[in-house]
Design a protein around this ligand. Structure first.
Ligand SMILES: Nc1nc2c(c(=O)[nH]1)N[C@H]1C(S)=C(S)[C@@H](COP(=O)(O)OP(=O)(O)OC[C@H]3O[C@@H](n4cnc5c(=O)[nH]c(N)nc54)[C@H](O)[C@@H]3O)O[C@H]1N2
Ligand SMILES: Nc1nc2c(c(=O)[nH]1)N[C@H]1C(S)=C(S)[C@@H](COP(=O)(O)OP(=O)(O)OC[C@H]3O[C@@H](n4cnc5c(=O)[nH]c(N)nc54)[C@H](O)[C@@H]3O)O[C@H]1N2
Ligand code: SF4
Ligand SMILES: [Mo]
Length: 705
């Protein structure tokens, strides 16, 4: 419970808001009660609400999320750059600037010179509308979003292997029935804390827990077996585990025969591999690899979960596919206690990747280069299929196009790319080159500071819409208070701008639900089919799982019980090569840097650094390193150090951890400017899904003084 101020006699009656946490993909429900005393000072009481995913739990971020929204330095009115300075302007003026700039950009450089960049925090309605806005109002092909950095590897692996990507193939309630669980590159204890009881319950039921992570995280502490893999070496490690499964005769041959294709390629490929070499490459002993294979293969039920540790790699797509090989080879999917989960990250990381914010995608997980898909969506939108632009490029590649002067105007909604993109110095340089940058946000982020125009938007307490949580469960978050200051909803801003472009005919909505009604139709018959989901149902039920093709359909809790989503009903296995990171350590840059998260902060910290209770727990960034490594470098605990890669330098405080690999250091991603870890990261992308290799590059660490 949080009280920011004492309540005195004579205040108004309490104001109760029922809402959902704006941060991670669990989407815990909560109640925020505001009480005001006679002097008008507010106090807030936060309580968790019962909810299927969180089972009525909240983590420290959810408990304090009211702070940034209610008392943080919200952006409350539009601001425009005039003679180099940001000045308050009216919405009318802001829009007339946009009208003029867009017209100039389009006539001088063409429609594709305007790019749109979205985010996984946006509601389904906004994410859907942002895609439509880009294709129908701006008529540009350039849209992508921050989920490219988040879910693209697991999503493409799921699509290719199973024919569908829904994050978790099972409801969370299946976890406690798994007898062996592999958590690879996922730090649930800090990143989805309210889910931990599902795993502790599984352990109480006798589950054997294997954690794969170069560091001993709070999650790894629970493990029965912790494989401290060298950063970037997961594909090879999984080859070792698969080989161990084969050698021990633990393949589920009946399942493989009946429900998969490609198995013999995998088998042949593994026969050519040498376990000792794999152990050497990955830094995990042969015994440990065999123990993992045996435990997973022998268990009657089992689940594998992955998150960004395995996925944010230049072979993230293939690394996930290899773990899916393991799931399939052992027949551990499509029944109780068996399945796979890509642990989605952002609040609407799931829905945000389904309805057209991606460069190559249309609503309902349809593809923009598929003529039937184009025709269907064009029909719903009331345009000719030819009018739909083709596919654009991925998020980081958009920044390359900005740098090259091809994209000259950028419209940003729900992301802070100068902090979250890899190779951030290059991205900052690119953004400085833009003719015009528009940022719609609740705060002035590091990227917002570079904007020519800032548009103030509403936050989670004020903005109604649906969010799809990590299970694929669609939830309705109702608006609980009026928009503060002059803020507008994201979707209203998009409709307003469409009007300026003379395209208002296609953007006639009075409320978020109107957009959802259109989304239902646009997704109908697609992979992510929301047709059977309505606001009324969402109010009545505790959320509805997709696919949900009709209003009387219950939604699917467990996928693949009978068949996979490919036309032949089979899942596709594939031989996966061992892969080394794009940048290896050497004499000059002798340590691996890996990056990630801490419990109290969220992504680039724009929101959590504005919450006093959260900011005070971790006021600054740090570099976690092994004391033996620190001693060699003459770095004491808590000292300021410089961390340098081929792309830049940042300044951090050292933090010892005797459980991290000695060849690896870790820096969280939640701070900008001189502590922005992405000034160090490498720009190389996965060739299939275009995910950057955030999780490994080579650095050196030196004392600052
Ligand atoms: N507290 C908090 N929670 C969050 C977020 C947040 O910012 N803060 N963000 C949300 C979002 S958007 C996301 S995407 C998720 C992310 O959730 P996670 O992916 O679980 O978080 P990360 O810390 O990025 O990475 C997970 C782990 O991968 C490990 N790792 C690093 N390199 C490797 C490797 O080569 N192989 C393997 N196997 N592991 C490796 C790291 O040490 C780290 O412990 O969290 C969501 N929840
Ligand atoms: N080195 C390294 N880099 C990483 C990662 C990593 O693990 N390591 N992880 C990557 C991952 S998984 C992710 S998801 C990205 C995320 O990185 P970003 O895309 O930068 O995400 P946020 O920090 O959440 O920035 C979101 C911005 O949108 C604003 N915002 C929040 N909600 C809304 C809304 O409803 N409407 C509007 N208009 N604005 C809103 C916030 O105030 C904030 O300024 O970072 C990636 N970058
Ligand atoms: S950050 Fe995630 S786990 Fe924590 S309260 Fe919010 S939604 Fe729940
Ligand atoms: Mo993410």
């Amino acid at each position: 419970m949080n009280k920011v101020m004492e309540i005195t006699e004579g205040g108004e009656s309490p104001f109760v808001m029922k809402t959902q946490c704006p941060f991670c993909s669990v989407q815990c429900k909560m109640q925020v009660v505001e009480e005001r005393n006679a002097a008008g000072e507010a106090a807030y009481t936060i309580t968790a609400l019962p909810n299927a995913a969180s089972e009525g739990r909240l983590c420290v971020k959810g408990m304090n999320a009211y702070q940034h929204a209610l008392t943080g330095d919200r952006l409350l009115y539009p601001m425009a750059r005039k003679n180099g300075k940001m000045m308050r302007v009216s919405w009318a003026e802001a829009y007339s600037i946009i009208e003029e700039r867009f017209a100039a950009a389009r006539s001088q450089y063409g429609r594709d010179s305007i790019g749109v960049y979205g985010g996984g925090s946006l509601t389904n309605e906004t994410a859907y509308l942002l895609g439509k806005f880009t294709r129908v109002a701006l008529q540009s092909k350039h849209i992508d979003y921050n989920g490219r950095f988040c879910m693209s590897a697991a999503a493409s692996a799921g699509n290719k292997t199973f024919g569908i990507d829904r994050g978790l193939t099972n409801a969370l309630s299946d976890i406690e029935h798994a007898r062996c669980i592999i958590l690879s590159g996922t730090n649930i204890a800090e990143c989805q804390p309210t889910l931990m009881p599902y795993f502790t319950r599984a352990k109480e039921n006798g589950a054997y827990l294997i954690v794969i992570d170069p560091r001993e995280t709070a999650t790894a502490k629970l493990a029965d077996l912790h494989l401290k893999v060298k950063p970037g070496m997961d594909a090879a490690l999984t080859n070792g585990v698969l080989k161990a499964v084969f050698e021990a005769g633990l393949v589920d041959e009946a399942f493989v025969e009946r429900r998969t294709r490609g198995f013999s390629d995998v088998l042949n490929h593994l026969e050519s591999m040498d376990m000792a070499e794999i152990a050497d490459m990955t830094g995990v002993s042969e015994d440990e690899i065999r123990a993992a294979g045996k435990a997973f293969g022998e268990a009657v039920t089992g689940m594998v979960f992955t998150a960004r540790g395995v996925e944010q790699q230049t072979d993230g797509y293939m690394s996930v596919r290899n773990l899916l090989n393991l799931v399939l080879a052992t027949g551990k999917i499509g029944r109780k206690g068996c399945g796979y989960g890509a642990v989605t990250g952002q609040a609407n990381g799931q829905g945000g990747r389904e309805h057209g914010q991606k460069a190559d995608q249309l609503p309902g997980y349809r593809m923009i280069d598929n003529p039937e898909h184009r025709a269907y969506v064009a029909g719903v939108w009331g345009i000719e299929p030819d009018e739909l632009p083709g596919k654009g490029v991925s998020a980081y590649e958009m920044m390359e196009k900005v740098h090259a002067g091809e994209i000259r105007t950028l419209f940003l909604m729900g992301s802070n790319p100068v902090v979250s993109n890899p190779n951030a110095n290059f991205v900052q340089e690119a953004i400085e080159k833009l003719d015009f940058l528009i940022v719609a946000d609740m705060f002035v982020s590091e990227t917002g500071r570079m904007a020519d125009l800032l548009l103030p938007v509403t936050a989670y307490l004020e903005n109604e819409g649906t969010m799809t949580n990590l299970e694929g469960r669609v939830l309705l978050r109702e608006a609980m208070r009026p928009a503060p200051g002059e803020t507008r909803h994201d979707w209203q801003v998009l409709c307003d701008i469409a009007r300026l472009l003379g395209r208002d005919r296609w953007f006639q909505y009075d409320k978020a639900e109107d957009i959802f009604e259109e989304l239902r139709l646009a997704s109908k018959g697609g992979i992510a089919d929301y047709y059977g989901i309505t606001y009324d149902r969402l109010r009545r039920e505790e959320g509805v799982y997709w696919p949900c093709p009709s209003v009387d359909h219950p939604g699917e809790r467990r996928l693949f019980e009978e068949r996979f989503a490919h036309a032949d009903g089979k899942a596709e296995m594939v031989a996966v090569e061992n892969h080394f990171p794009k940048e290896m350590t050497d004499g000059e840059y002798p340590l691996y840097l890996t990056t990630g998260r801490v419990l109290t902060h969220y992504l680039t910290g724009v929101q959590t650094r504005r919450s006093p209770s959260l900011a005070s727990r971790d006021v600054e960034s740090f570099v976690e390193l092994h004391p033996a490594t620190a001693r060699k470098l003459r770095i004491g605990e808590g000292e300021l150090v410089t961390v340098t890669s081929r792309r830049g330098s940042i300044f951090l405080r050292s933090r010892y951890s005797s459980a991290i690999r000695q060849d690896t250091v870790f820096v969280p991603m939640h701070w900008g400017d001189t502590q922005s870890v992405n000034k160090l990261t490498h720009e190389a992308l996965d060739p299939t899904c275009r995910m950057p290799g955030f999780k490994v590059c080579a650095v050196r660490v030196e004392p600052m003084y």
